[in-house]
Ligand binder design. Sequence first.
Ligand code: NIG
Ligand code: ZN
Length: 403
Amino acid sequence: MSTLITNIAELMTQDLEHRVLKDAAVVIEGERIAWIGRAADAPAADDAVDAGGRAVLPGWVDSHTHLLFAGDRTAEFEARMAGEQYAAGGIAVTMNATRATSDFDLTRLALGRVAEAVSQGTTYLETKTGYGLDVEHEARSARIASTAADQVTYLGAHLVPAGQDPEAYTDLVCGPMLAAVRPFVQWADVFCEEGAFTAEQSRRVLLACRDAGLGLRVHGNQLGEGPGVQLAVELGAASVDHVNYLSAGDVEALAGTWSGWDAARGTGERGTVATCLPACDLSTRQPLAPARALLDAGVQVALASNCNPGTSYTSSMAFCVSTAVLQMHLSVHEAVRAATYGGALALHREAGRDADGERAVGSIAVGHRADLHMLNAPSATHLAYRPGMPLTYAVWRAGVRER
Ligand SMILES: N=CN[C@@H](CCC(=O)O)C(=O)O
Ligand SMILES: [Zn+2]
């Protein structure tokens, strides 16, 4: 079964050549993109969709979410808006609500959040554990997450639960808890920050997880100039997320990780992606991450929603993109790229065509997964020009029309 989508005013491919095609068309065949080019040259297909002069871009790749939770933290948010500082301790409130929720309800909540994201143009997403924080509940979150998200990250090292010895808890995260979640996860993450895990504890967790075959990610430099970025670089993490407070040395270290990467070919050794989370920055009243400086230094950047009840209760990637343009000084093309190709790079899913079966996501090219986001607007510029507007018009995820 093939579908021709034609009369596309602007096709922002986010491919390796950064092509933006005008008066374009795309052919989807099953789950893959079979053809792209000028509408006038398009081949016939079983089915046709008239885009009506709208823009099409890759579906969002949300590379950082925490969707396995129950309850909300409205009171904490209100206190923050009244001047309180964000602190890691709020995680315990969500841990209690999550533990008290049945498997059925936790599954329903996670699936509902994924559906909400997809309806706004997200077609590939990562999510994390981290609100269970004991062996039973982390394993349960990992299991449910693996049924809801494309990739799952183990975040047992999110907070040391009250009354527990930090070193003993770190041992648990590195041992029995890791063993219990291992069948369900691809990545491991640590919250390396004052009030959460020290550099030494974080290193211990990351090394144990790497030994267990997991890729690494780090929550770092969110609340101050901490050791998270340097640790992520030292251990070859796929991404370091938040990155609000960076020294010149941090930026340089991140840039250095990309020296073996050939961006024009998309080959070589991937470095550590800096994942910026603008919705979180606004909700916690932290300075916006220096995405402009990171890009200028040669660092690959991703934008993600960080959807969670404590610091960023939104899955709107469009909001992140408009904020990145309006306030972080990225061009529309750079912001969309960070929210698509950048996220895919952070999840090691930016490459792969017909031959290897793992189709690339986050860009539009022949052989890639047919993840498309049609806007009810003639260009992607409208994402920033009309911030907050419901611009998602149609969504295809792995070739299936979702909206
Ligand atoms: N910073 C650490 N973890 C989450 C927030 C956790 C929470 O407060 O519930 C984040 O990415 O912002
Ligand atoms: Zn997070």
